[in-house]
Design a protein around this ligand. Structure first.
Ligand code: ADP
Ligand code: MG
Length: 714
């Protein structure tokens, strides 16, 4: 694509030049006009209000104060040299401090002149102060400034003389260049009309220099929409293409195995959610297209049964099935479960892992090729070259976040017609995120737990209450139960004052003498880890001291207490996963969140969410709002990088939906974009003319450069 106006280097903007240009690149990743114009204010403030110093309290935003300097002194030596001014508005006195540009500023400021200073006040030893404020001579004849954007800066650039004002000047100069007005539109005209969006140039201008709240809202909405629209378009193009191109096995019938199991051998009544999900899977397997379904269900919601019955659909139609889990222990546990169910109806289930002996391995290989083995359970070992199936119809992947997209593709490679794929996860991803991250997967949700579960009692306890926690654990151990104790780190780190695994292990051994303890952490050799885990699974050890490696699914129904040390260091979703390790039997169980008393209010609020709800979806949504989607588990897996500058998947759910609808409409009206002939009957098709198609092509190319087929517009 040819270089446009926005690809010009920022050094050509007023007030920037070589040196500052370099600094912006290093510090804020701003290189071009585009980077600059898309460096949106992170907040807006009302500059019509002037605060009094006596009004200041608590955590203050950036504000303005009007007054004069009583005196200005240079203090300190060398790197600590600073200019300190006493500033008053008549109500009180505050300190104003500069670490750079000292001489210039000292000469510029005149005594008894009224100034407006603009910055963030902070309270230090009972005195308010403001560092590096913007400063203007106060002119009562000028109308007060209105709403103004505030840009995020680093301390380094602030100290080197790049401030809010320089940003505004630079962006003003960018906007006044003739190239700006001549910039091409970046959304197709029918979409702009449909949603009554401002033009691209208006939107940019308003985002930096808003006139009023309403037009600012509309400009933000347009920019968020635009980002999400191209993301959705890209994901949908990719998935429609896949859906049309990848043939899948057709399983026309529900057969004897399924019916036998369901009518005679199933050990419990399926929940409504399990039945619904099985119907969704059943429907997929009849279409002739490959199924790619993500099955979300909270810990303990009964995903394994859904997986088994789906595998029976494959076996009933003369095909094999396999189930992959991320660790040997999980594979072994699944094997035990599936084998007992399989045995009851004469379905042969085998286990293959890295530690399967050579002789057994050879037999399994043979059984797979012959078709004697119906269901194979195992670890990554299933993906090895020499593991060949006679005809694999369904691959189930448990706890997907350990398996990347590449590995999924490897499974497909095992056959000419790829098997159906069911990916199971206990990480409850909020809908808006799932829709986008897993745009190429369909999503099923088990939103109901089997009946009769006792809720896990969750306690928040401080270090000072450790005695009572210890007594509770001793009681549970006396009753024959097992206990998890989880630490955030392996090694002690004084700075963060965390109780580490090593120190913790010592203390646990002292506190519970004579009790056998297992310990695992991420830096351990896999064999040692398996050994320690197995000891706990078998009940030979009674306490498991661990870092978060136990997060993923071992099942020890006898464990009744989960203690999490420094709980404030964990994300909510992570806490929820950890909590799910207990409460697997029918008895009472506890999750104890240990923390210190001096928690900040937001942290306390966050931890209290854990004590108030056990709904994984609520927790996950709260977590995403607090931490942002970037931290969510699973997001890194998405094959498509998305680098959102203004939209927020956690809070812009409605715009995500709008963008998705628009993208579907565009694809329905312009089948040439996916290369799929039939104009699918989706939604209200939006047919585009050539110049608008060109816009789509340019934008997709700019945003998702790599390997895209551009032929659709020629
Ligand atoms: P997860 O979704 O975490 O993998 P599991 O499949 O391990 O959950 O199921 C957790 C427990 O609940 C297992 O012991 C399983 O046998 C049991 N279970 C599953 N479905 C039901 C049901 N409908 N009624 C009663 N118990 C069930
Ligand atoms: Mg499971």
């Amino acid at each position: 694509m040819e270089k446009g106006f926005l690809d010009t280097s920022v050094k050509f903007l007023k007030g920037i030049g070589e040196a500052k240009g370099k600094l912006l690149a290093e510090q804020l990743d701003i290189h071009t006009f585009r980077d600059m114009i898309e460096y949106y204010p992170f907040r807006y403030i009302d500059r019509s209000k002037i605060y009094r110093i006596s009004e200041l309290e608590g955590e203050m935003p950036i504000i303005q104060i009007c007054g004069h300097f009583l005196h200005l002194n240079i203090e300190g030596e060398g790197a600590k040299r600073r200019l300190v001014g006493a500033f008053t508005d008549g109500s009180r006195v505050m300190e104003v401090i500069w670490f750079a540009g000292i001489k210039v500023i000292k000469e510029m400021i005149k005594p008894m002149t009224q100034y407006i200073i603009f910055g963030k006040p902070t309270l230090f030893r009972n005195t308010w102060s403001m560092a590096h404020p913007e400063i203007d001579v106060y002119d009562p004849a000028l109308p007060p400034a209105g709403v103004q954007g505030v840009y995020n800066m680093t301390d380094i650039i602030r100290k080197r003389g790049i401030g809010q004002r320089l940003f505004r000047t630079a962006i003003e100069s960018l906007i006044s260049k003739p190239g700006f007005a001549g910039m091409p539109e970046t959304l197709p005209a029918p979409i702009i009309e449909r949603y009554r969006f401002p033009s691209i140039t208006d939107a940019y201008r308003v985002l930096h220099f808003p006139q009023d709240a309403a037009s600012l809202r509309k400009a933000r909405e347009r920019m968020k929409f635009e980002e999400l629209f191209y993301l959705e378009l890209q994901i949908l193009r990719y998935s429609q293409n896949r859906n049309h191109n990848l043939k899948g096995h057709i399983f026309p019938q529900i057969g004897t195995f399924f019916n036998n199991f369901y009518n005679h051998c199933i050990p419990f009544e399926l929940t409504g959610a399990q039945k619904r999900v099985l119907k969704e899977i059943r429907a997929d397997m009849k279409t002739g297209r490959q199924m790619n379904r993500l099955l979300q269900g909270d810990v303990g919601s009964g995903k394994t049964m859904v997986a088994f019955m789906s595998m029976l659909m494959s076996v009933d139609n003369g095909y094999q099935a396999c189930m992959m889990a991320p660790t040997e222990i999980l594979s072994a546990q699944h094997y035990e479960t599936l084998k007992s169910w399989g045995d009851s109806i004469g379905v042969r289930v085998e286990l293959l892992t890295g530690s399967t002996r050579a002789k057994e391995r050879r037999e399994i290989h043979r059984g797979l090729i012959d078709g004697d083995i119906d269901i194979l359970v195992g670890t990554h070992a299933l993906l090895e070259e020499n593991v060949q199936f006679k005809n694999i119809g369904l691959a189930v992947i448990d706890e997907q976040h350990r398996f990347g997209v590449a590995q999924r593709a490897k499974m497909w490679g095992k056959n000419i017609i790829p098997p159906h794929v069911l990916v199971m996860t206990a990480t409850p991803i909020p809908r808006t995120l799932a829709m986008t991250v897993y745009g190429d997967l369909d999503v099923s949700v088990i939103n109901e737990l089997p009946p009769g579960r006792k809720p896990i009692e969750t306690w928040l306890r401080f270090d000072t209450q450790r005695g009572s926690v210890t007594r509770h654990i001793q009681n549970q151990l006396k009753e024959g139960r097992q206990v998890y104790i989880v630490y955030p780190l392996i090694h002690e780190n004084d700075k963060l004052n965390l109780r580490s695994l090593e120190v913790g292990l010592e203390q646990v051994r002292e506190t519970y003498p004579g009790v056998e303890v297992s310990f695992v952490h991420g830096k351990m050799k896999p064999a040692e880890k398996e050994y320690q885990m197995q000891k706990f699974v078998d009940g030979r050890s009674r306490i498991m001291v661990a870092t978060t490696v136990i997060e993923v699914g071992v099942n020890v129904p006898n464990a009744s207490v989960m203690v999490i040390e420094n709980a404030e260091r964990f994300g909510l979703s992570q806490l929820h996963q950890l909590r799910g390790r207990v409460g697997r039997g029918a008895d009472r169980s506890w999750c104890i969140l240990m923390t210190h008393e001096k928690l900040a209010a937001p942290t306390k609020k966050r931890l209290n969410i854990m004590t108030e709800t056990s709904d994984g979806f609520l927790i996950s949504e709260a977590d995403m709002k607090l931490r942002g989607p970037g931290d969510m588990e699973g997001t890194q897996q998405s094959g498509i990088a998305f680098n959102l500058k203004i939209a927020n998947l956690a809070t812009d759910g409605q715009i995500v939906q709008m963008a998705r609808d628009a993208a579907e409409d565009v694809l329905a009206g312009n089948p040439q974009i996916t290369g799929v002939e039939e104009g699918s009957g989706l939604k209200s098709a939006l047919k585009l003319e050539l110049p608008d198609l060109q816009i789509l092509a340019d934008q997709l190319k700019r945003r998702f450069e790599k390997k895209i087929d551009w032929s659709f517009i020629s």
